[in-house]
Design a protein around this ligand. Structure first.
Ligand code: ADP
Ligand code: 5GP
Length: 191
């Protein structure tokens, strides 16, 4: 039974935006809240968008084996806690995980039977650059780092179950919702 829904994409493709749209339209899906050591953005809330922790706290959690997977990119740590995944599997609750390509591949490998994975593509490389610049949360240096990973991330597209181009936000969101509904049949939705 599939209840782990992974949304992955190159940074800036719009996966956070899509996940927020999904949450607005479908409030029976739980959203996995990752831990990160990156700085909080003005529009973010601790405990909602991420659990924002220090490097030391993150390293401590690694030592305690609290994460099912974690990665270090863009000079920050990001990780998914074991407890959230286990809880969702035990209770058969759909859990939406928004993670980078490496994290997505790891979760897929660990939970092959419970996972449906969706790769979100930007309409073009140029549009991706524009989106990262417009988001305004990164310096040019950080944007360059994010762009450097794109080739690696795009090369893994075929490893995921579905791939959706995020051109028009509403169209992409609806396509993803359709996939989720089809793929998570039998999962007991929370009420
Ligand atoms: P990611 O989570 O993949 O890094 P974000 O969701 O933060 O990407 O989106 C990056 C930027 O692109 C944001 O400023 C967001 O508002 C914008 N964006 C997302 N989807 C679209 C879209 N379909 N059309 C135009 N802009 C978009
Ligand atoms: P951002 O800084 O833009 O919020 O996220 C940067 C990247 O980290 C994105 O690709 C995002 O999906 C990814 N990310 C967020 N949470 C996790 C996580 O728990 N594990 C992994 N591996 N990547 C994550």
């Amino acid at each position: 039974m599939k209840n782990l829904i992974i949304i992955t994409a190159p940074s800036g493709s719009g996966k956070t935006t899509i996940c927020k749209e999904i949450q607005k339209k479908e409030n029976n899906i739980k959203f996995s809240i990752s831990h990160t050591s990156r700085k909080i953005r003005p529009n973010e809330k601790n405990g909602v968008d991420y659990y924002f922790v220090t490097d030391e706290e993150f390293l401590d959690s690694i030592k305690k084996e609290d994460f099912v997977e974690w990665s270090f990119h863009f000079d920050c740590y990001y990780g998914t806690s074991k407890s959230q995944i286990q809880n969702s599997i035990d209770k058969k609750i759909p859990l939406l995980l928004e993670v980078d390509v490496k994290g997505a591949l790891n979760i897929k490998k660990l939970f092959p039977k419970q996972t449906v994975s969706i790769f979100v593509e930007p309409p073009s490389l140029n549009e991706l650059k524009i989106r990262l610049q417009k988001r305004g949360s990164d310096s040019n240096e950080r944007i360059a780092k994010r762009l450097q990973r794109i080739e690696f991330e795009l090369s893994h597209k075929s490893n995921f179950d579905f791939s959706i181009v995020n051109d028009k936000l509403e169209v992409a969101t609806n396509k993803i919702l359709e996939i989720i509904k089809n793929e998570t049949k039998g999962v007991s939705y929370v009420t």
